[in-house]
Each structure stands twice: as C-alpha cells, then as structure tokens.
Design a protein around this ligand. Structure first.
Ligand code: HEM
Ligand code: HEM
Length: 187
C-alpha cells in the first residue's frame, strides 16, 4: 500500500502557512484603513514580517514537495475533480509566491531604513529596488490584486474542503491530517 496522506512535514507546512495567512492577511486589510500612528507602524511591520515568513515557508514547501512528492490523488475523486483541485493548488502556490514578492518589491520601492526591511524587529532583509514612490504605488496595487486572486483560489479550496469534510465525508480532508482518514488500497 502506498502512502495516502501528506507527509508530516508537508502537513506541518500546510497548517503553519494557513495560520500565518489567517493572521497576516486580515492585518493587511486593517492596517491600510488606519491613520498613521505608532500602532499602525507596528501592524505594518508585523504584516510584512508574517508575509516574508510565508514566502520563506512556501519556498521550503516547494522543495519538500519535489524531494518527497505528495500522495497520488484520492481515488474517490473523479477526473474532473482531480483537474480542478490541481489547478486550484497550483493557483494557491503561485499566488502565495507572487503576492509576497510584490509586497517585498513594493515596500522596497516605498523606502525603508538604511539597514533594510525590519522583520519582527529582530533582523532586516535587504531592499530589492531603489526608492521610487510611483513604482511603489503600482507594485503595492498589484500586491493587493494578487492577494485577491489568491482569495478566489482559497474560496474554491475551502469549498472543496467543506464538500469533502462535511457533505461527502469521504476522508479526503484526512489526507492533510484532519478528521477521519480512509485507508485507500492502490489500484
Ligand atoms: C502572503 C503574504 C501576504 C499577504 C496575504 C498580504 C496581504 C495584504 C493585504 C490584504 C493588504 C491590503 C491591501 C489592500 O487592501 O489593497 C496588504 C497591504 C500591504 N502589504 Fe501585504 N501581504 C503579504 C505579504 C507582504 C509582504 C512580504 C510585504 C512586504 C515585504 C507586504 C507589504 C504590504 C504593504 C506595504 C501593504 C500596504 C499597501 C498600501 O498601503 O496600499 N505584504 N497586504
Ligand atoms: C491559507 C489557507 C490555505 C492554503 C494556502 C492552502 C493551500 C493548499 C495547497 C497548496 C495544497 C496542495 C498541497 C500539495 O499538493 O502540495 C493544499 C492541500 C490541501 N488542503 Fe489546503 N490550504 C489552506 C487551507 C486549508 C483548509 C482550511 C483546509 C481544510 C479545512 C485545507 C485542506 C486541505 C486538504 C485536505 C488538502 C489535500 C488535498 C488532497 O487530498 O490532495 N486547506 N492546501
């Protein structure tokens, strides 16, 4: 019998990234609506620190996926469901790289301290571009667009998780470590 669940490291990365996005994304939405004051500044720093951590973990995740490939698609899935879930997964991977990179580029062009961009007030990452406010505005606009495309893929992903976990209860969500797992003999 081949493995039918994602390996522990893949599961750990999936849920860590989920947690970071669940905290960092709403902070992004809130901070841009606030007046500038010291609390807003902290929110910005926490926001991009979480975003850069997501970017790092996404790179690790892609390496892990190459080194230890995921299990074959669940056998209960139809051909069309397999295709849609693959497209959604690729969309999630791509947007969780593109969005933070655009944020990093945008913040770089916006300007930072001479040491670079502070990460959790612990260390700095380098700026990637010269200061240029017009470019910063454009890049941060597309950062917001990328996040919204990500959210569209996430909505499909969550709809799939809801269907498999609550309606069909077919053990598919167990592959990522939650709820019931169904042992699947390989064909
Ligand atoms: C997966 C990671 C990230 C997510 C999900 C995310 C999400 C968001 C969201 C939802 C907003 C509000 C945008 C709007 O309402 O139009 C935002 C704004 C912002 N993000 Fe991110 N972000 C991420 C990573 C980053 C990174 C890595 C940086 C910088 C290094 C960054 C810098 C910014 C900045 C500077 C803004 C303010 C833009 C403005 O003032 O218009 N973000 N982000
Ligand atoms: C920020 C939120 C989330 C992101 C970015 C995300 C991303 C992903 C990605 C990229 C994959 C494909 C993994 C691979 O094949 O390498 C995946 C798989 C999976 N995710 Fe999520 N996910 C999120 C939230 C959730 C939630 C809330 C649930 C369940 C309640 C969930 C359940 C699953 C399951 C069950 C799989 C495995 C699907 C399969 O059998 O192939 N995810 N997720």
């Amino acid at each position: 019998m081949q493995r039918t669940t994602y390996n522990p490291l893949a599961r750990f990365l999936h849920w860590s990234i989920f947690l970071l996005v669940a905290i960092g994304l709403p902070i992004g939405l809130i901070m841009v609506e606030r007046d500038f004051n010291p609390v807003t500044n902290v929110l910005y720093t926490v926001h991009w620190s979480i975003g850069l951590t997501v970017l790092l973990l996404m790179v690790v995740r892609i390496v892990v996926r190459i080194v230890a490939p995921p299990p074959k698609p669940a056998r209960v899935l139809t051909g069309a469901q397999r295709m849609v879930s693959s497209i959604v997964h690729i969309g999630l991977y791509v947007m969780l790289i593109v969005a933070p990179v655009l944020g990093w580029l945008g913040k770089s062009a916006y300007g930072a301290s001479p040491e670079g961009i502070s990460v959790f007030y612990l260390f700095h990452v380098p700026v990637l571009l010269e200061k240029n406010e017009d470019l910063a505005e454009t890049l941060l606009f597309y950062h917001g667009v990328a996040v919204r495309i990500f959210l569209a893929f996430l909505a499909l992903h969550l709809a799939g998780a809801f269907y498999h976990g609550v309606i069909a209860r077919d053990g598919v969500v167990g592959r990522m470590g939650i709820g019931r797992r169904v042992a699947e003999p390989e064909a």
